[in-house]
Every structure is written in structure tokens, then in C-alpha cells.
Write a new protein. Structure first.
Length: 262
């Protein structure tokens, strides 16, 4: 299952402990700004998971971890429920198709694709998002029936195909394309992100690209990170943690480049 000579193959317990820490940090980042996969996917690959298994494992951890962030945002009454039903189906479909596409590609190529897509996810995760109160949100019929389903379909496909940065892309799309206030965009995007995670999860589960037993502690760590991150976001935003997260992702990206490019 794991790459020969890797941390997970030779020192399973240490590898799991490293990935539990990565899952907590990723859950925190996902709740704050989106982009758990920016940490999880490189961490999974660098500790010894083949690329497609790494993508599937990220879906397992992120899908279940997102629930705690949704719980906090639900308590904070920031989710715009009246638009949710119109984006969930296309997010599910798009992500499932994206997952099927990436699973059809040779694993040696998938690793290189992941390396080149990480900067895109990183870009969206760190575009400034300044909270403001835009008053009562009133979406138009075009927003609800055309723009939102299309956004969820396209972003869902990206989530299934790769994933890192999906949460941030959704936040920005909801904010700029259908003019949803930023905090509400962040909260509501979690529902669509959960739907796309489930769609991608289904594709990878059917293909057998998940390691459930070692995934349990990672899921619990992700739930904890999501809970802490969403709680702090509702209180004070995300300014303090981003420099640390950026440094972490940069190190992982360089390490991934050394594995697949040089």
C-alpha cells in the first residue's frame, strides 16, 4: 500500500503521528481560509502514500473534518440556507466526475500534476479576504438558478480532480459572483465543500483509494482542527496564523518538488 522505504512503510507509528499533526493543522487552515489539501496531500505523499491514495485519503479526512466547522458556523447563524439546495447537486456531480478523471490517469503523472497545481490552490487560499457587513443578503433569481449551480459544478470538478484551495475558491466565488457577504460566504461554502467532498469521496472509495484504519486518528485530528479554526474565525479572523501556514506549505511544496521534479 505504501511506497517502499518511506516513513509509513518503515516506521508506521511515527508516520501516523506526523500525519495526525498535519491533519489538525490542515483542519484549522480549512476552517479559517480553506485549503486543507495544501497540507494534507503533500504530507500524505511525502510520508509514503502513492499520489492517488493520497488524494483519496485527503477526501476521507476532509469530508468528516468539515462537519465540526459547519457545526460552529451553524451555531453562529451565518449559513445562507436558502441558496444551499441549489448548489449541492452540481457540487456532488462535478466532484464525482473530477475524481473519476484523476483516477484514470497514471499515478506517476498524478504526482507531477499535484506538484504543479499546488501553487494554484495556494494562490486562492491566500488572496486577502477582509470581513465586512454588507447588510441583509438578497440573491437574484439568476444568482440562485444559474450562477450558483455552475460555480458549484466547476469548483466541484476541481475538488474531485485535485482539491487543495477548493474552500477558498468557493468563498471568493460566492462573494464576488453572487455578492454574498464574506463571513456568510465562508460559512455557506462549507456546505458546498462538504457536498463536493462527498462526491469525490464516493469516487475514491469505489476505486479503493483510502486507508480507513490509519485514517481514524487523522479524522479526529481534522475535526479538532476544524472546530478550533472555525471558533477562532468567528471571534477574530485569520491574520495571526497565515504566516505560519504559508511557511509550512512552502516547505511541503519544495519537498514535493524534490521528489517529483529533480
Amino acid at each position: 500500500m505504501f511506497i517502499e522505504g518511506s516513513l509509513l512503510a518503515d516506521y508506521l507509528l511515527i508516520g501516523i503521528l506526523v500525519l495526525v499533526l498535519a491533519s489538525f493543522i490542515a483542519g484549522f487552515l480549512d476552517a479559517v481560509a480553506g485549503g486543507a489539501g495544501l497540507i494534507l496531500v503533500p504530507a500524505f505523499i511525502l510520508t509514503g502514500m502513492p499520489p492517488q491514495l493520497a488524494l483519496g485519503q485527503e477526501k476521507l479526512v476532509s469530508t468528516l473534518g468539515t462537519f465540526s466547522a459547519i457545526y460552529n458556523y451553524f451555531k453562529g447563524a451565518k449559513i445562507i440556507w436558502k441558496v444551499v439546495i441549489y448548489g449541492i447537486p452540481t457540487a456532488l456531480i462535478g466532484a464525482y466526475i473530477g475524481g473519476q478523471v484523476i483516477l484514470s490517469i497514471d499515478e506517476s503523472i498524478v504526482g507531477k500534476i499535484i506538484f504543479f497545481l499546488i501553487p494554484i490552490g495556494l494562490l486562492f487560499s491566500f488572496i486577502p479576504k477582509h470581513s465586512k457587513n454588507d447588510g441583509v443578503y438578497q440573491p437574484s433569481q439568476t444568482d440562485i438558478f444559474i450562477i450558483l449551480p455552475l460555480v458549484c459544478l466547476v469548483v466541484g470538478f476541481y475538488d474531485g480532480f485535485f482539491g487543495p484551495g477548493t474552500g477558498s475558491i468557493l468563498i471568493l466565488a460566492l462573494h464576488f459572483l453572487i455578492r454574498m457577504p464574506l463571513l456568510e460566504s465562508s460559512a455557506t461554502s462549507k456546505i458546498f465543500n462538504l457536498a463536493s467532498n462527498i462526491g469525490a469521496f464516493t469516487a475514491f472509495f469505489i476505486a479503493g483509494k483510502m486507508a480507513f484504519i490509519i485514517g481514524i486518528p487523522m479524522v479526529l485530528a481534522s475535526i479538532g482542527g476544524n472546530y478550533v479554526g472555525s471558533h477562532l474565525t468567528l471571534k477574530s479572523g485569520d491574520k495571526i496564523i497565515k504566516p505560519l501556514i504559508f511557511t509550512t506549505i512552502a516547505i511541503l511544496f519544495i519537498s514535493l518538488g524534490l521528489r517529483y521534479i529533480w
